[in-house]
Design a protein around this ligand. Structure first.
Ligand SMILES: [Zn+2]
Length: 385
């Protein structure tokens, strides 16, 4: 008999659940789809050294001077911005103050964070000013990016799911109903749920399906969510009203959350998609910690200081596979993971897609998924938004 677990996730806190909604629903609807944004992108200037012939470069390749930590951070936070000496000096001064504070071991964590916050806000304001001055004119989709990011940020905590039923996943990767979540579950709805699960089985191997504890089909605005309850059980919610053509993107996105936020990856409780990334919540060898160290070590605090996010995205757009990826570090991971699985990334965010190649178990999963797709003659398209 399947165990009956009464709404543990709800007990865990409505705030947490509402904060973890993935707004990949927008991928389904296509409302926010905007391919045009992929076309215009400010290009960094090619340095004189890089202009040489291939032969010359190989022959003369001078060793790149080692950057100090402050120089490295200044370079990272600027992203695509090309600044004057005077502007660079202002950034460097602020970066130096931030690093001095960060590396000051005599301060407690709270005291350090309290002092760091105004400096991060100041740096973000300065970078935003330069972004407006320098990138607005070169970016034709500026207004679209701004509006899209605003919608994402607004919708994250505003959806409510109308749950239909809770299912447990069997060892064979089938679903078995645990309980209804509303009084009347029609035969048509049951049929639709089975249809969605049949499609899911064509997209993920049984070994991967077994990592999901509960399947929670629902109706509502968002497309899907992935959450963990207090027992560490995995909850996958899928909106069954949506177009199944977009299910692959939705599912791989959620599976990206599943592997990176799994309790085995964490040391502590995780605060939700909108909460700040906390180093100590993730284990040293976790995917998320490595993702942070490689891509966010020097830019996370700036991104976090700017709740609107679109100006941060604009100066770093070459680093993200989609605008949605720039909403928070967890969705960046999930979006990049989706591109890794279906090989449908654009020019941007290639380093993040490549990131997953260092993990043999994820390469194996990708190969299994691609074999499954081939067997079922499926060619999922990536819906970049
Ligand atoms: Zn997500």
């Amino acid at each position: 008999m399947p165990k009956l677990k009464p709404n543990k996730n709800k007990l865990y806190g409505l705030a947490l659940l509402s904060s973890v909604l993935c707004i990949v629903a927008l991928f389904y609807s296509g409302v926010l789809r905007n391919d045009a944004q992929q076309k215009v992108q400010p290009k960094a200037e090619v340095s004189e050294a890089a202009k040489g012939t291939e032969f010359k470069e190989v022959a003369a390749a001078p060793e790149a001077p080692k950057l100090t930590e402050a120089e490295e951070m200044a370079q990272k936070v600027k992203g695509l911005l090309i600044l004057s000496d005077e502007e660079n000096k202002k950034i460097s001064e602020l970066v130096k103050q931030i690093l001095d504070l960060k590396n000051n071991s005599s301060l407690g964590k709270d005291e350090r964070n309290k002092s760091l916050h105004p400096l991060n806000v100041k740096l973000d304001k300065l970078l935003n000013r330069y972004t407006l001055e320098k990138l607005k004119g070169t970016t034709s989709d500026f207004a679209d990016v701004k509006a899209t990011m605003k919608k994402y940020k607004g919708i994250l905590s505003s959806d409510t799911e109308n749950f239909i039923a809770t299912y447990e996943i069997t060892d064979g990767g089938e679903i078995e109903k645990v309980k209804n979540r509303r009084e009347n579950v029609t035969a048509e709805l049951e049929e639709r749920i089975n249809e969605v699960w049949d499609d899911i089985k064509k997209l993920l191997p049984t070994s991967a399906l077994k990592k999901i504890t509960y399947f929670e089909p629902y109706q509502g605005r968002s497309g899907a969510f992935l959450d963990y309850d207090r027992n560490g059980d995995t909850l996958l919610g899928i909106n069954v009203d949506r177009d199944l053509e977009r299910l692959p993107c939705i599912l791989y996105h959620e599976y990206g959350h599943l592997i990176s936020l799994h309790p085995s990856q964490r040391d502590g409780e995780w605060g939700g998609y909108e909460a700040s990334y906390e180093q100590e919540q993730f284990k040293e060898n976790s995917y998320m910690k490595k993702f942070y160290d490689q891509f966010y070590k020097y830019t996370y605090d700036d991104q976090n200081a700017d709740k609107k996010g679109y100006l941060f995205y604009l100066r770093h757009r070459n680093e993200f596979v989609s605008i949605y990826a720039a909403t928070n570090i967890y969705d960046d991971f999930a979006e990049s993971f989706t591109c890794f699985m279906i090989d449908e990334g654009g020019e941007n965010g290639r380093e993040k897609i490549k990131f997953f190649e260092q993990f043999p178990e994820l390469v194996e999963l990708r190969d299994q998924i691609r074999a499954l797709l081939q067997k079922n003659n499926l060619h999922p398209k990536r819906f970049l938004i």
